[in-house]
Design a protein around this ligand. Structure first.
Ligand code: ASP
Length: 645
C-alpha cells in the first residue's frame, strides 16, 4: 500500500510570507569572486569578495567604521566603511562586498592584514546572523569549543576547514597509492546481518517479520565478512573507505560511526599486507603530516629513525611490548621509558598467585621539591585512573630513601636480595619509582598492566612530555604475535584489585576469522590460551592506527573455532555464508583496516578524532546539531513491530 504523508497545505497559515524584496536581495550576488589571498597577490583596484563579518565592527570616527571580513578560506582583511554599511552588521553576517583595495595607513587598531585594507563601495547582505554568534565570539577568539549545537560555527574556523581539507587529501592519497598497487574499491552493504563479530552492533528494525517475529538488519562493525566474501568472489585486491558502526562506550578516540580504510588481499600473507599498509601510511604521512616531519620508527637498538626504502617499520612481539611497556599500543616516542621485571633479582609479587611478577619503572630527575611531586605526579597513584589496582608510587625524597625504597613495596612484593636491586637501580633524590604486579610474561592478558597504564598516563601528561619525550616525529611499530584468544573476564566487583577470568571461556583477541600461527596448531585443542594468532596491529604514538590478520579459509577449522573454542552454538545460522563460501574455493587471504579518523587526527596534530569529523557525536552518542537520536511516534514503532517498554 502506498502511504502518503499528510502535510496540511492551505487550511492553516501560521506565519506571513517574508517580503519579496528581502528574500530577493539575498540572492543577488555574483559568484565569480576573488579570495583575499588572490587579491593580495594581484592587487587589483576594485574587488568583489564574499565572506563573513568576522568581528563586531567598530565605530572609530564620525563617519568611519572598521570591520573585518573573513573569506571562505579563513583569510581576513580589514574593512573601511565611510558610508555606514556596517552600522547594523552582526558578527557572522554573510556578505558580498565590492571594494577598493588600498595600502593601509598607519593605524594602531589593526591586528589583521598589516599592509592592505578594503574600502567598501557596496555591501550586499546575503544573510544575517542573529545575536548568538557575537555572544559566542570569545570562544572563536581562543579557537575554543563552541556548544555542539553550533558545530557549523566551529567548522567555519580555519583550523576545521583545514582539517576537513586534509582529510580529503588523505583519502585521495590513500586511493592513489592503492590504485597504483592494483586494488579495486568496492562498496559493500550497510544493511548487514546481526553476527557476534566482537563489538556491540546497531540494529536496524524492518517492517517485515520472519516466522512471526520482528526482524532486523545490523549496521556493519566493519566490512570484514563482506570483504572475505569478495575474496571468495574473485576480487583479488579489495579496498574501501568504509563507514563502520559500533555501539560501544565512547571516548575521545571513539565514535559510534567511524571510517576505516579497509582492505583485503587474495593469495597473500600478513607480511604482504603489512608491506602494502606500510606504503600507504608512509606516503600519506610524508606528504601530508601538518608538521612536515616524516614517519619514524625504532631501529633494533631502540634508536628513533625515519622510515625509508630500506628502514622498514619495526616488528615488535606482543610479549615484548607487554613486558617492556605494559600495553599493546606503546608510545615509542619515549623509547627509554621501560618497565623492569625484577624477577631476575628475586623480587616477586605475592598478593595474588596468578600475578607473581613484580615490575617497576623509574622516572629519573622527575621533581625537586615534595610540592612539585604532588603537583606533577600524584595522579599516578589515583585509583580512578586504573581498571583494577593502582601501582605504588614512591618519590625518592632523600638519598636514604634511595636505599630503603623497597620497604615501601613490602605490602605487595617480597625481596630476596634488595641490596642487589638497589645497586642496580641506583636511585637518586628526585627520582620516582613506581611498582606493581602482573601476570607471567608468557600468559599476560591484563592489558594494560597497572604499570603500562601508569606509563601511558605519564606519556600523556604535560610534564611527562617535557621530561621524557625524545622526538616530535610520529613513531610507528608493528605489533605481532598476539595471543589468538584471551580469557573472558568476569564482571569485576567494585574495588577489586585483579581481573578474574571465567574458566574455559575464551574470546578472540582480534576477531574469530584470524588464523592461528601454524606452530601452535596442535595446542588449539589442549590449551587455546597459549596459541598465537596471525594478527598484527600498527601502532603510532601510542595509538592503535589499525589492525588486521591472515584469515582462516578452511571451513572446518573456522567451524571448530566458532563452535569448540568460542562456544558459538549455531555457527551455521550466523556465519553459514562464510563457511559455505570457504567450501567453494576461497583462496588464502589476509587484510587490514586503518582507522581513518585516527590517522587524520594525527596528521592534523590533533588529540581528538572529533576535530576531523564534520559532525561527530558527543560522548553520549548525541548529535546536537540535528538532535539525534530521537524518539518516534508509537504508530511508527508499531509498523516496525517494536514494543516500547
Ligand atoms: N575488520 C577488522 C577490524 O575492523 C580489520 C581486519 O581484520 O581487516 O578491526
Amino acid at each position: 500500500m502506498l502511504r502518503i504523508r499528510n502535510f496540511s497545505t492551505v487550511s492553516k497559515r501560521l506565519g506571513k510570507l517574508p517580503a519579496f524584496e528581502t528574500v530577493r536581495d539575498k540572492f543577488k550576488f555574483s559568484s565569480e569572486t576573488s579570495t583575499i589571498q588572490s587579491i593580495l597577490q594581484q592587487k587589483p583596484n576594485k574587488v568583489v569578495l564574499n565572506g563573513w563579518i568576522d568581528a563586531k565592527p567598530k565605530k572609530v570616527g564620525k563617519n568611519l567604521i572598521f570591520g573585518t571580513l573573513r573569506d571562505p578560506n579563513g583569510e581576513k582583511i580589514q574593512l573601511v566603511d565611510s558610508q555606514s554599511f556596517l552600522k547594523e552588521s552582526q558578527v557572522e553576517d554573510v556578505v558580498q562586498i565590492i571594494g577598493e583595495l588600498s595600502e593601509k595607513k598607519q593605524t594602531q587598531q589593526s591586528t589583521v592584514n598589516i599592509e592592505y585594507e578594503l574600502k567598501i563601495i557596496e555591501l550586499q547582505k546575503l544573510n544575517q546572523a542573529n545575536k548568538k554568534p557575537s555572544q559566542l565570539q570569545d570562544l572563536k577568539a581562543d579557537d575554543g569549543a563552541f556548544p555542539p549545537e553550533y558545530r557549523y560555527l566551529q567548522l567555519r574556523l580555519p583550523k576545521y576547514q583545514n582539517n576537513l581539507k586534509l582529510r580529503y587529501e588523505a583519502s585521495k592519497n590513500v586511493r592513489t597509492v592503492l590504485d597504483s598497487l592494483n586494488f579495486t574499491e568496492v562498496e559493500t552493504p550497510l544493511l548487514f546481518k546481526s553476527t557476534p563479530e566482537g563489538a556491540r552492533e546497531f540494529l536496524v528494525p524492518t517492517r517485515g517479520k520472519i516466522d512471526g517475529e520482528a526482524s532486523f538488519y545490523a549496521l556493519p562493525q566493519s566490512p570484514q565478512q563482506y570483504k572475505q566474501l569478495l575474496i571468495a568472489s574473485g576480487v583479488n585486491r579489495y579496498f574501501q573507505v568504509a563507514r563502520c558502526f559500533r555501539d560501544e562506550d565512547l571516548r575521545s578516540d571513539r565514535q559510534p560511526e567511524f571510517t576505516q580504510v579497509d582492505l583485503e588481499m587474495a593469495f597473500s600473507s600478513g607480511k604482504d599486507v603489512r608491506e602494502v599498509v606500510e606504503k600507504v601510511i608512509t606516503s600519506t604521512w610524508n606528504k601530508l603530516h601538518a608538521s612536515g616531519t616524516d614517519l619514524h620508527t625504532l631501529d633494533r637498538t631502540g634508536k628513533i629513525i625515519p622510515v625509508s626504502g630500506t628502514e622498514k617499520i619495526i616488528n615488535l612481539t606482543y610479549q615484548q611490548v607487554m613486558t617492556q611497556y605494559g600495553i599493546d599500543k606503546p608510545d615509542l616516542r619515549y623509547p627509554d621509558l621501560k618497565l623492569m621485571d625484577l624477577s631476575e633479582f628475586k623480587a616477586y609479587g605475592y598478593t595474588n598467585k596468578e600475578f607473581p611478577v613484580f615490575e617497576v619503572i623509574v622516572l629519573r630527575k622527575a621533581f625537586e621539591t615534595v610540592e612539585e611531586f604532588h603537583r606533577d605526579w600524584s595522579y599516578l597513584s589515583n585509583k580512578d585512573n586504573y581498571n583494577y589496582r593502582a601501582p605504588i608510587v614512591v618519590p625518592i625524597e632523600s638519598d636514604e630513601l634511595g636505599t630503603s625504597w623497597f620497604t615501601k613495596f613490602l605490602p605487595i612484593a617480597a625481596f630476596e636480595n634488595p641490596k642487589l636491586i638497589t645497586k642496580f637501580l641506583n636511585l637518586r633524590k628526585g627520582d620516582i619509582i613506581i611498582g606493581s604486579t602482573r601476570e607471567p610474561s608468557r600468559r599476560l592478558f591484563e592489558n594494560p598492566t597497572p604499570l603500562g597504564r601508569a606509563r601511558q598516563l605519564i606519556t600523556q601528561s604535560k610534564r611527562g612530555k617535557e621530561l621524557f619525550r625524545k622526538t616530535d616525529a610520529s613513531v610507528a611499530a608493528w605489533v605481532v604475535d598476539f595471543p589468538l584468544f584471551a580469557p573472558v573476564e568476569e564482571t569485576a566487583e567494585k574495588g577489586s584489585h585483579y581481573p578474574v577470568y571465567t574458566e574455559n571461556a575464551f574470546s578472540s583477541t582480534h576477531h574469530p576469522f584470524t588464523m592461528v600461527n601454524l606452530r601452535d596448531y596442535n595446542k588449539l585443542e589442549s590449551d587455546p590460551l597459549s596459541c598465537h594468532g596471525e594478527h598484527y596491529d600498527l601502532v603510532v604514538n601510542g595509538v592503535e592506527l589499525g589492525g588486521g590478520s591472515t584469515r582462516i579459509h578452511d571451513p572446518e577449522l573456522q567451524n571448530y573455532i566458532f563452535h569448540e573454542i568460542l562456544n558459538i552454538k549455531n555457527p551455521e545460522d550466523l556465519f553459514g555464508h562464510l563457511l559455505n563460501a570457504f567450501k567453494m574455493g576461497t583462496p588464502p587471504h589476509a587484510g587490514f583496516a586503518i582507522g581513518f579518523d585516527r590517522m587524520c587526527a594525527m596528521l592534523c596534530g590533533s588529540e581528538s578524532i572529533r576535530d576531523v569529523i564534520a559532525f561527530p557525536k558527543s560522548i553520549s552518542g548525541v548529535d546536537k546539531v540535528v538532535g539525534s537520536p530521537s524518539t518516534v511516534p508509537a504508530s511508527t514503532l508499531d509498523e516496525y513491530n517494536i514494543v516500547s517498554k
